[in-house]
Design a protein around this ligand. Structure first.
Ligand code: PRX
Length: 580
């Protein structure tokens, strides 16, 4: 089926940036200097994300404006103005300082979407320390790898989540303190543990945000590669320029908006666009702790009169499954702009949005390493369903070949971006050589395959590597294979992404058993539980299939590509390196 471009009534989004309003390929219509001048900057001359998101609004009439509307999983509701939010973050900053946290230290968060998660993030940033958000559906091994690599000093979590992983404590000598948020459960702190209430008790709600340099580290997100353990993409305070700019021009945030980003802070969308973009723009943001249900989600939009909504393809496909009628039962007339990110957005989903909620979904593209949106279907632009859109001003993406030379429009190649934008990651923690290997001929190579059409719209083709994208979350096959190999019955494991109509891909493991073990339904279940116990549901394989042995290269490397081709019934491609 052919999808026609969607043109919408002209809006004034880029009234001050004429080059984008009528896009003509010019990319410099907004300069980073211009954007930077709209931020306050730290009075001491530096730049600090928390200062731009919180402190600076207290000097304006946003002081009493609601920054965060929080709805808990049981329907509880709390709101925090910019001033109240700042005071909470200040208490945390003072409390963390009392625990010995210093500038540059890593404070990790393994906590649900409760207000304390957000207070911790900003308290830590105010202190000049670095936040490391983790997804709550990780298991002990997944958390351990990340805390170990980053040498995190403090972990903020809840008693229930800590219970799930606390066996790892002995392996983490750098971890000095575990802070337990007892919002939902009681806890008796053991040695090295302290209750949240005790951390902030008696702390002043005044705190002078540390005058960080724009190049000081701010946020770390672990992301999966094709080989090796997850790597920590490290960002700096300067990134706020990108968050603010894309919040204004891609999310199209305006003063009166009620904005809802459905992503969890454990993934980069939940920090860059769940926290930094809305709050640096002084906009009210809805945080929903609960999980997905079509009815609950539509209900939230109607209840809080959400105007700008940023979500993901898997969620949209689940809404499509629930049917148009489910949307029509709610008053969604407050919505004026809806976007999607994280996976390819089916053209059908774009058009479905128009039918069911009266608005098309605007797709955009970026990744953990880029820190902020690079390519987008802007509010002011014609949408080409199936395309990720066009570059943000000041961003120069291209499609390049193996030598790093740009290819002609329409040709497939590696999606690359010219380095130098403010929110670009500065390194992979402890893995400088891996960071260096991401560059070719002056381009940052993203790991995605794509093409660009004659009009400068980019179209996603697939990953260049074996990284799995399940429901918008990247999973590294090596991490899953390593966990399975720790089971006594497993001789070899090969892990692939199996296409799935809703989640795009699900993690599928092929397992060869050691001599003396028989394949059985029971063993399959046991292996799955074993992997969940180690990695958590977000990473563990959904499916396991037994094979007598793995296809391997002559040098002994498991050929995941071949496992995938066989799974899909596709031609096996070049097998000349296959072991005899
Ligand atoms: O493969 C691309 C896919 O998700 C990857 C980035 O994932 P992550 O680092 O977890 O960052 C999440 C924040 C967006 C990309 O390399 N991806 C992201 N957006 C799109 C996409 N694939 C297709 N279309 C998109 N719009």
């Amino acid at each position: 089926m052919e999808y026609k471009p969607i043109t919408k009534p002209a809006i004034e989004q880029f009234a001050v940036e004429p080059n984008l309003g009528e896009y003509d390929g010019a990319r410099q219509s907004i300069t980073w200097e211009q954007i930077r001048s709209e931020l306050d900057g730290h009075p001491g001359g530096g730049l600090n994300i928390a200062y731009e998101c919180l402190d600076r609004h207290l000097k304006t009439n946003r002081r009493d404006k609601v920054a965060m509307i929080w709805e808990g999983k049981d329907g509880e509701q709390e709101t925090y103005t910019f001033e109240q939010f700042t005071k909470e973050a200040n208490r945390v900053a003072n409390g963390l300082r009392a625990l010995g946290v210093e500038k540059g230290d890593r404070v990790f968060m393994f906590i649900d979407r409760v207000p304390e998660c957000y207070f911790t993030a900003f308290g830590t940033l105010k202190l000049g320390a670095v936040i490391g958000p983790l997804f709550c559906a990780f298991g002990p091994d997944a958390v351990k790898d990340r805390l170990e690599d980053s040498a995190a000093k403090v972990l903020v979590t809840s008693p229930a989540l800590w219970e799930k992983i606390k066996e790892i404590r002995g392996d983490l000598p750098a971890l000095k303190t575990v802070v337990l948020v007892t919002r939902r459960e009681e806890a008796k702190p053991a040695a090295g543990e302290v209750l949240w209430d005790d951390v902030i008790a008696g702390q002043s709600d005044e705190f002078e945000t540390v005058n960080t340099d724009p190049e000081d580290y701010s946020v770390m997100h672990y992301t999966s590669g094709t080989t090796g353990k997850p790597k920590g993409a490290a960002h700096v305070h300067n990134a706020i320029i990108g968050h603010y700019a894309t919040g204004k021009y891609v999310l199209d945030l305006h003063e009166e908006d009620i904005y809802w980003c459905t992503a969890d802070p454990g993934w980069v969308t939940g920090t860059s666009y769940g926290m930094f973009a809305p709050w640096s723009n002084g906009v009210t943001s809805l945080i929903h702790e609960g999980g997905f249900s079509a009815n609950a989600w539509y209900g939230l939009i109607a209840k809080y009169k959400v105007t700008v909504w940023y979500t993901a393809p898997t969620a949209i496909r689940m809404l499509m499954k629930a049917g148009e009628a489910a949307a029509k039962k709610h008053d969604l007339s407050s919505l004026r702009y809806t976007m999607s990110v994280g996976e390819p957005l089916n053209p059908e989903a774009v058009v479905w949005g128009e039918r069911a909620i009266g608005l098309p979904f605007h797709d955009n593209w970026w990744q953990t390493e880029t820190g902020a949106i690079m390519i987008a279907n802007y509010a002011s632009m014609e949408i080409r369903p199936g395309s990720m859109g066009r570059p943000f001003p000041g961003i120069e993406p291209a499609i390049v070949d193996d030598e790093g030379n740009e290819v002609a429009p329409g040709e497939e190649g590696d999606l690359a971006v010219r380095p130098g934008w403010p929110s670009m990651f500065r390194t992979y923690w402890n893995r400088e050589e891996l960071y260096d290997s991401c560059f070719r001929n002056g381009w940052y190579i993203t790991g995605d395959r794509a093409r660009m059409d004659e009009d400068g719209y980019f179209w996603f083709i697939g990953r260049a590597d074996d990284v799995i994208n399940t429901a918008g979350h990247l999973v590294g096959p090596f991490e899953v294979e390593s966990a399975l190999l720790e089971h006594e019955a497993v001789a070899e494991a090969g892990v692939i992404g199996k296409p799935d109509p809703v989640a795009m891909e699900v993690v599928k493991a092929f397992v060869a058993l050691k001599d003396g073990y028989e394949e059985s339904e029971e063993l399959r279940r046991e292996l799955r539980q074993f992997a969940i116990g180690k990695l958590g549901k977000a990473v563990a394989p959904r499916e396991i299939e037994f094979l007598p042995g793995m296809p391997k290269t002559r040098s002994g490397k498991i050929m995941r590509r071949l496992l995938k081709a066989r799974e899909l019934g596709l031609p096996e491609g070049d097998t000349s390196t296959l072991e005899d």
